[in-house]
Design a protein around this ligand. Structure first.
Ligand code: ADE
Length: 353
């Protein structure tokens, strides 16, 4: 697996404020993630319907001796889109090149990568909804006909050059399927959504990671961490490390349910996995906007987060947990958010219990 280029700017603001639960992409975490990433479908936990569909697709493409159709994965960050791409490459016996759309700013970035591909190779583009128009247009004929259409010269002397490319598979990943342009979306033969993980699945991920890192953990300890991991393996894996630090410094190193709960309380991650940013967001809507609706930009400014982090990182889980609602007029908190944060909802205002 070769990592060509990547961009680190996306979650830095939130990383400073939420060192544990937000999807910051600092180098240390990348190395950590790479070392615990499952490499095969057997070791990849969760997403069972998707795994089954992919295994059939891979088998069929091998029988036909053709590359896989282009694939698009979408869903909240941290659910394993990059990992799945790696598993697919392994299963196909193919090389994979990994990059992300913000790193493909200039035409020569995307042209360079396309021209470096070998037959059957997989190109993984993360955050593909952030590709600029020029890069997208270079990609269309490459995806459809495996050619690069290049123009040379100016005005009357302009010439189009068709350069053949080897047959490759593009795997795109996005947290925002809706932000992808129609023509780009239509060029993917296979589109799959990744779902949040169940507590049981996350407990299995935690046990597997603990095994790799030589961390002693019992089943109840794994479930205690899983419950506060927002349905997200990336978060579960980070929490295991933090809880393990606590267990090592304050106890005998073993993670039990009590140790996990104590450590997570110190980290200010509550029973639903919410951190300070999530709670501030909900409290703001309750206290300043009477429960909403309020626009996401207003929320972002008030709590000092960037809009994209709120939309891509905080909101998907708050929506899924039924704490927040999206309406045409903005975000609204749901009655369960009042309850979770200890507010009593009254007809037109709310007070703390
Ligand atoms: N680590 C991160 N995601 C994982 C998954 N789906 N299965 C196993 N380990 C993981």
């Amino acid at each position: 697996m070769s990592i060509i280029a990547d961009d680190n700017d996306f979650h830095n603001t939130s990383a400073e404020k939420n060192p544990v639960t937000k999807a910051e992409t600092i180098e240390f975490d990348k190395n950590f993630e790479n070392c615990i990433r499952p490499k095969s479908f057997d070791t990849y936990i969760g997403q069972s319907a998707l795994k089954e569909a992919l295994q059939i697709t891979i088998e069929a493409s091998k029988k036909r001796e053709l590359p896989l159709d282009h694939l698009l994965f979408y869903g909240p960050p941290g659910l394993g889109k990059t990992t799945l791409a790696g598993v697919i490459a392994e299963q196909m016996g193919a090389e994979i090149k990994i990059t992300s759309a913000p790193a493909l700013e200039r035409p020569r970035d995307i042209i360079g990568i396309l021209m470096s591909l070998k037959g059957g190779e997989i190109l993984f583009i993360d955050e593909i909804h952030r590709l600029n128009k020029v890069a997208e247009e270079i990609l269309y004929p490459a995806m459809e006909d495996f050619v690069l259409d290049m123009t040379t010269g100016k005005s009357q002397t302009v010439k189009t050059l068709r350069i053949p490319l080897p047959k490759f598979t593009l795997i795109g990943a996005t947290t925002k399927a809706g932000a992808l342009s129609g023509p780009l979306r239509d060029r993917f033969g296979i589109i799959h959504r990744l779902e949040f993980y169940t507590e049981d699945e996350l407990a299995q991920v935690i046990k597997r990671t603990s095994g790799i890192l030589n961390i002693e953990i019992d089943t109840k300890g794994a479930h205690a961490i899983a419950r506060r991991s927002r349905g997200t393996p990336r978060i579960a894996n980070r929490l295991v490390k933090r809880v393990s630090d606590y267990a090592l410094v304050k106890h005998d190193g073993k993670i039990t349910e009590d140790i996990a709960n104590l450590a997570l309380d110190i980290l200010k991650i509550d029973e639903l996995g919410l951190d300070n940013t999530d709670r501030n967001l909900l409290k703001l809507i309750i206290e300043k906007y009477n429960g909403g609706p309020v626009g996401v930009e207003t929320i972002a400014t008030a709590i000092g987060e960037d809009t994209r982090t709120i939309e891509d990182v905080c909101e998907p889980y708050l929506l899924q947990a039924g704490l927040l609602q999206r309406t045409p007029r903005g975000r609204k908190v749901s009655p369960s958010a009042y309850c979770h944060l200890g507010y009593k909802k009254q007809s037109n205002q709310q007070t703390l219990f």
